[in-house]
Write a protein that binds this ligand. Structure first.
Ligand code: SF4
Length: 347
């Protein structure tokens, strides 16, 4: 698809054109990836964060929050529980970690999860482990990889340096984020990134630039979601105009990314599901093929409050919803993106 055509879709208000776009994306997903929707059991291991993103409900400056950190046994037991549920992939997520001792313990936890779940797996693969722990050093990324993690999510939020700067404090660097993404790739991770859509000051040209960025980075996975303001976060009080409808523009981006990058994995994000009652359905129709059931323990779940109204879709209800929409939950499989394996062949 030519850039002009992509821009035309992003700018269009024509409902029929949008329906056609989503239909085409769904057909591409069905042809390339089938109707299986892969599951990543999400464990939000800590809401501690040393960063201060201007949009985020758990940023470091929010001193009124109760901070938590799950202990080693809880994380390992949850991972085993997730395995028993038939979800063969987990995602461990936290805020930005600046405690080397905690990171070292996490490396060991990842290794333990792999060892214990490999013993339960006749094929000896164990749980697929995705990490989303922010910007770490190359050595730390390598340690996690050696311990058995094989996917990493690090969202760029916006690939436009000026827009990135407008939603982050000055000490959080765009260049550092980019460098981390390339380091993850060179280590051998399946790499995912993503953006927020509907940010103050963001327009269709920014989204076109993001799509180009995803292709240049040659991503394996994408996690894109609408920007949902948090009233305690500074970006809530931005006076910049909002040009994009966060929900509709997210659906368009999902569809455009599926059509132009057919073999990657794309998540129907929790934010998309939180923003609209039909968010899951529409996200899958637009070409998403991954969902992330939240398996964080109930007693701390509310404290991982990235944005207002966060929906915690989990368990049987989510599987039933996927089936009711005519898809099959991808149980007992990692559900890797074929793009990753193709990428390795061309190394
Ligand atoms: S978005 Fe992530 S890194 Fe940024 S403040 Fe929130 S938890 Fe921390």
């Amino acid at each position: 698809m030519h850039p002009e055509q992509i821009l035309d879709y992003l700018l269009s208000q024509d409902q029929e054109q949008m329906q056609q776009l989503i239909k085409q994306a769904g057909q591409v997903r069905d042809a390339q990836r089938g109707r299986q929707i892969y599951l990543r059991g999400l464990i939000e291991i800590s809401n501690q964060c040393s960063y201060d993103c201007l949009y985020c409900g758990i940023r470091n400056s929010h001193h009124h929050l109760t901070r938590y950190r799950l202990d080693r046994d809880t994380i390992i037991q949850l991972a085993l529980f997730i395995w028993q549920q038939g979800y063969h992939s987990i995602c461990l997520q936290s805020g930005q970690i600046d405690d080397p001792d905690w990171l070292a313990e996490l490396v060991d936890i990842v290794a333990q999860i792999k060892i214990q779940t490999r013993q339960l797996d006749p094929e000896g693969r164990g749980l697929g482990i995705t990490l989303s722990l922010g910007e770490l050093s190359p050595a730390q990324y390598q340690e996690f990889f050696d311990a058995g993690a094989h996917r990493y999510l690090l969202r760029i939020e916006s690939s436009n340096p000026d827009l990135f700067a407008s939603i982050h404090p000055p000490h959080q660097s765009y260049d550092q984020r980019i460098e981390c993404l390339y380091q993850l790739k060179s280590i051998g991770y399946q790499v995912g990134t993503g953006i927020m859509i509907g940010l103050p000051g963001q327009n269709a040209h920014h989204l076109l630039q993001d799509l180009d960025f995803f292709k240049q980075l040659d991503v394996d996975m994408l996690g894109m979601g609408p920007y949902i303001p948090h009233p305690d976060a500074p970006l809530y009080r931005s006076h910049k105009p909002v040009y994009l409808d966060p929900y509709l523009s997210t659906l368009k981006m999902l569809a455009l990314c599926r059509i132009t990058m057919p073999d990657i994995n794309m998540v129907a994000s929790t934010a998309l599901q939180s923003m609209h009652p039909q968010g899951l359905q529409r996200g899958l129709e637009a070409g998403a093929n991954v969902v992330m059931p939240v398996l964080t323990p109930d007693d701390v779940r509310e404290q991982y409050n990235l944005y207002t109204g966060k929906k915690n879709s989990s368990g049987e209800k989510l599987l039933a919803a996927i089936r009711a929409l005519g898809y099959e939950p991808g149980l007992y499989t990692w559900g890797d993106a074929p793009h990753y394996h193709k990428r390795l062949q061309h190394r």
